[in-house]
Design a binder for this molecule. Structure first.
Ligand code: C2E
Ligand code: CA
Ligand code: CA
Ligand code: CA
Length: 277
């Protein structure tokens, strides 16, 4: 194995055996990370593309490994899904996010929502709906201010319609994440109670300069319009993208142009107007 300072580098090493050893190490380290207080949740503003006002925050999990430092979610989430650790971790993220949402309500003075990512592995848990509702209700927040972000997975269909229906009827919202990147996202819209589409950043990237990307975003907005769904553009990085999106009629956006993910205190400061996007 090739250690080069930050241990993470070997995760991306070409050498397959060192990569799998690394994954094994990280996977077992994940088990203690919750109890070891190694996780944090950061919150990325979702903004009205016209006014710049924050309408929601997406909760994004952060893991600081005691020896390796920060490990990207794209690396550790799949490991947590393999071991099932994503279930308690996901509950913890929701609990944290609802706690912050309650704090924003009293400290920020302006109503916002919180979006929390839900793994397909969580969706397969038989008691999911009741466990999640318990967490939301205990926190005292309005369930209507909580939006769960799901991704399309064909194998989920039979297991999850019931959980989703229970959560939806309790008032929670659903967003379909990374919209446009999987084979049958359109099919998903037929049976999953979706309220919002998140246009994947691979299309947002070219919305100002590439006719195909612009055409795809226009088509997503048309689908959303006819199904009465909201649309959030992901990964907005430039003014050109923002104005192209506004021109096409996209109401909301998220991305580094607007704000990077923030610590809980920075998110509260932003809402309270102590600094702005
Ligand atoms: P995602 O749900 O698609 O989240 C958006 C990702 O895009 C985040 O990466 C965010 O930091 C990044 N991003 C935001 N603005 C920009 C931008 O302008 N440009 C670019 N290039 N990227 C931007 P992050 O935080 O590294 O998370 C990666 C993925 O990990 C997430 O993708 C999500 O699938 C997963 N994830 C993160 N937190 C959780 C969690 O609590 N539970 C579950 N199940 N998955 C999570
Ligand atoms: Ca997401
Ligand atoms: Ca996404
Ligand atoms: Ca993604």
């Amino acid at each position: 194995a090739k250690e080069r300072g930050l241990g993470l580098i070997e995760v991306f090493d070409d050498d397959a055996s060192s990569r799998s050893l690394d994954r094994l190490g990280l996977r077992s380290d994940l088990l203690g990370a919750l109890e070891g207080d190694q996780f944090a949740v950061h919150y990325q503003p979702i903004c009205d593309l016209g006014s710049g006002q924050v309408v929601a925050f997406e909760a994004l999990l952060r893991w600081t490994h005691p020896r390796r430092g920060p490990v990207p979610p794209d690396v550790f989430i799949p490991l947590a899904e393999e071991t099932g650790a994503i279930v308690p971790i996901g509950h913890w993220v929701l609990e944290r996010s609802c706690r912050e949402l309650a704090r924003w309500g009293t400290g920020g003075g302006r109503r916002v929502r919180v979006n929390v990512n839900l793994s397909p592995v969580q969706l397969q848990q038989p008691d999911l709906a009741h466990e999640l509702l318990d967490i939301v209700r205990r926190s005292g927040v309005d369930p209507g201010d909580v939006c769960l972000e799901v991704t399309e997975h064909s194998y989920l269909r039979d297991d999850v319609t019931e959980s989703a229906a229970v959560l939806r009827s309790a008032g929670l919202h659903f967003a379909l994440d990374d919209f446009g990147t999987s084979y049958s996202s359109l099919n998903y819209l037929k049976w999953f109670p979706i309220d919002l589409l998140k246009v994947d950043r691979s299309f947002v990237g070219g919305v100002a300069a590439n006719d195909t990307d612009r055409g795809i975003v226009r088509a997503v907005l048309a689908i959303a319009d006819s199904l009465r769904l909201g649309v959030i553009a992901e990964g907005v990085e430039t003014e050109e993208q923002r104005s192209a999106l506004r021109g096409l009629g996209c109401a909301w956006g998220q991305g580094n142009l607007l704000s990077a993910p923030l610590t809980p205190d920075a998110a509260l400061d932003l809402l309270a107007g102590r600094h702005s996007v």
